[in-house]
Design a binder for this molecule. Structure first.
Ligand code: CU
Length: 140
């Protein structure tokens, strides 16, 4: 009887472990870019990325957007450095999802640029692109 319980316990443990592995593989499959991550514990990592923005409203929007991305645990954006610091669960987080979500919210990152449509829908105080930047993107 004891042996049966032990075997059942092992099976549950094995299944739980396997499903975490599958989630990690799924993410790396559709993520072309690798995160520059600092290891903090087995399944939690840190990274910081540059996100363009200009004011406190941007900070709220960037952090809220990042926190809605699957796997993100904490998000802090700094207006001066334009850096977004993240901690995330490795098995569920996919950085491409994050870049796309930020671009959709109107914020450029080094990987994905916001469309003119999403950028133009930002409030006036949040317009971080300068006139010279606009010229550049037009001539591209
Ligand atoms: Cu703003």
């Amino acid at each position: 009887m004891k042996k049966t319980i032990f075997v059942a316990f092992l099976a549950i443990f094995f299944i739980a472990f396997n499903s975490v592995d599958v989630a990690a593989q799924n993410c790396s499959k559709h993520c072309s870019s690798k995160c520059k991550d600092k290891k903090t514990s087995d399944n939690v990592s840190k990274m910081s990325i540059k996100v363009m923005g200009s004011c406190g409203m941007c900070k709220d929007r960037i952090e809220k957007t990042a926190l809605e991305v699957k796997g993100v645990k904490t998000a802090t954006w700094d207006e001066k450095s334009q850096m977004l610091e993240l901690t995330y669960t490795k098995s569920t987080f996919c950085d491409e999802v994050l870049y796309n979500a930020l671009a959709e919210a109107g914020h450029d990152t080094e990987k994905v640029k916001a469309t003119d449509e999403s950028y133009n829908s930002l409030p006036a105080c949040c317009k971080y692109r300068t006139a010279t930047d606009k010229k550049k993107s037009k001539t591209k």
